[in-house]
Design a protein around this ligand. Structure first.
Ligand SMILES: [Zn+2]
Length: 281
């Protein structure tokens, strides 16, 4: 049974195609030719490979109004904003890095920014769940990027990748300035929703600024169907709880609803046991 919502999601989220493990592995080279930042070869930490052409699910779906803009004649320096959203484990970082790598191999100067809140893989590199690794700058906010990167190096930049964009409160202002005034192409990846399926950070705020929006899906960990949501497996209720597969899993709508009910019941049970222990002391 397809509801209107799930039909709509199907239209914007084509089936997930996993990265081929069969093709030979290779190295990333010199993604930032004019800057010292990414100017050394980067080796994949796992022997996984990227297809030369991105699979269909990775294609960007232009929002309908784009044709209006493309009819006008934009200045050569006009920037672009491409947004990649989806639940955890949907391949957002992989897609971002693939786009960045593609732009770099086309001779464009690229840089990647991630939040310094996520320290799971160290602060000077960005790693996907399937092991692709690129150097990047870890920052508390985006407004400090130009100064930290260097004004001259920033001028030379063509493409800026932003990962875990939900953690940047100044996302809207940075993207608008960089694309509208500085002519940069921004590729922004982040969670559209938190574990409660509520808007996360400022990611959805930049949709009106965007040239394109891609919603990726993962595989439901419980049934293998396409997963649109992130279920938190623990009883922790903080909105920002950084974790991997130990804390979160991608789920379909059915298993989100049933999983939330189980987690909530466990939390209530745990709290009542704590209260009981407390009353015996
Ligand atoms: Zn499921």
């Amino acid at each position: 049974m397809l509801t209107a919502v799930s039909r709509m999601k199907y239209l914007i989220s084509p089936p997930f195609a996993p990265i081929s493990k069969a093709a030979p592995s290779f190295h990333f080279f010199c993604l930032l030719s004019k800057s010292k930042f990414l100017s050394y070869p980067i080796t994949l930490s796992n022997p996984i490979s990227l297809p030369l052409k991105p699979p269909a699910m990775l294609s960007i779906f232009p929002i309908q109004n784009r044709c209006i803009h493309s009819n006008s004649s934009p200045s050569p320096s006009s920037g672009e904003i491409h947004v990649i959203v989806g639940p955890m484990f949907a391949g957002k970082t992989t897609t971002l890095l693939r786009r960045i790598q593609s732009e770099g191999s086309n001779g464009r100067n690229v840089a990647v920014i991630k939040s310094n809140r996520d320290t799971r893989y160290g602060l000077d590199s960005i790693v996907t769940h399937d092991g692709v690794k690129l150097p990047c700058m870890a920052l508390p906010n985006l407004s400090s990027f130009r100064q930290k990167f260097g004004a001259d190096a920033y001028e030379q930049l063509d493409v800026i990748g932003i990962d875990e964009a939900q953690f940047f409160e100044d996302l809207y202002d940075f993207c608008r300035e960089a694309a509208d005034h500085d002519g940069k192409t921004l590729i922004v990846a982040g969670l559209d929703g938190n574990y409660l399926r509520r808007s996360f950070g400022s990611v959805l705020d930049i949709i009106p600024l965007a040239d394109s929006v891609t919603k990726l899906t993962a595989r439901c960990e419980l049934c293998g169907k396409r997963a649109f949501f992130t279920l938190r497996k623990t009883e922790e209720t903080r909105i920002e709880l950084i974790g991997g597969a130990d804390v979160y899993m991608p789920v379909c709508r059915h298993h989100y609803v049933s999983g939330q009910a189980v987690v909530e019941a466990a939390r209530i049970l745990l709290e009542s046991q704590k209260a009981e222990c407390g009353s015996h002391m």
